[in-house]
Design a protein around this ligand. Structure first.
Ligand SMILES: Cc1cc2nc3c(=O)[nH]c(=O)nc-3n(C[C@H](O)[C@H](O)[C@H](O)COP(=O)(O)O)c2cc1C
Length: 181
């Protein structure tokens, strides 16, 4: 199983990344080949709906998105990871997802997806808009949702240390690794 983890937090070593690392540890222990793609430091501009990609073999925007396309073209499972920013995903992750409004998405071998998210709020309701968005995306792109780990009450860097969610993320990584291909 090839798994790509798309990390949408700009904060190095933050709560999202720590959660990702737990999933990755579980997936690798179960034999998966994992690629971690962090959007931090990458220049990924929003889609401008110019339709250049409809008649050419590439996007008209020159930035770091080809690195993301390359990873997505070589993965069976895609894990979206994002902090909650104003009740939804980070702008960094949204920009990358919008760039899948491109015929290249028809070539992606992705079968499975999973979601990791963190927020400062103390209620799981804070994740409802994000979950609704991902469910819609998964249905649209025919990706099978394998699971999610959403963690409340984490705000400062390091808050997630020792959280039981890390074991859940590890178990989700194992589950993804063992999904039938
Ligand atoms: C721009 C911005 C918007 C945020 N919006 C929310 C929000 O709507 N709800 C919430 O519970 N936390 C919100 N937060 C808090 C983050 O989700 C929280 O700090 C999280 O732990 C950051 O994850 P990271 O350590 O991976 O960067 C926001 C933080 C930022 C920087």
């Amino acid at each position: 199983m090839r798994i790509t983890v798309l990390v949408g937090s700009p904060r190095k070593g933050g709560n999202t990344e720590t959660l990702c690392d737990a999933l990755i540890a579980g997936a690798e222990a179960a034999g998966a080949q994992v690629t971690k793609v962090t959007l931090r430091g990458k220049k990924i501009s929003p889609c401008v709906n110019c339709d250049y990609c409809q008649t050419h073999d590439r996007c008209a925007i020159t930035d770091d998105m080809p690195e993301v396309y390359e990873a997505l073209l070589r993965t069976d499972a895609l894990v979206f990871a994002t902090p909650i920013y104003f009740y939804t995903m980070s702008a960094q992750l949204k920009a990358a997802i919008d760039r899948l409004h491109n015929p290249i998405r028809g070539k992606l071998p992705i079968k499975y997806t999973a979601l990791l998210s963190v927020c400062a709020d103390d209620t799981q309701k804070a994740f409802d808009p994000l979950k609704a968005t991902f469910t819609a995306i998964e249905n649209y792109l025919n990706w099978k949702h394998v699971g999610e780990v959403t963690v409340t009450d984490v705000d400062n860097k390091g808050d997630i240390a020792g959280n039981e969610a890390l074991a859940k993320a590890r178990a989700l990584g194992e589950k993804l690794a063992k999904a039938p291909l």
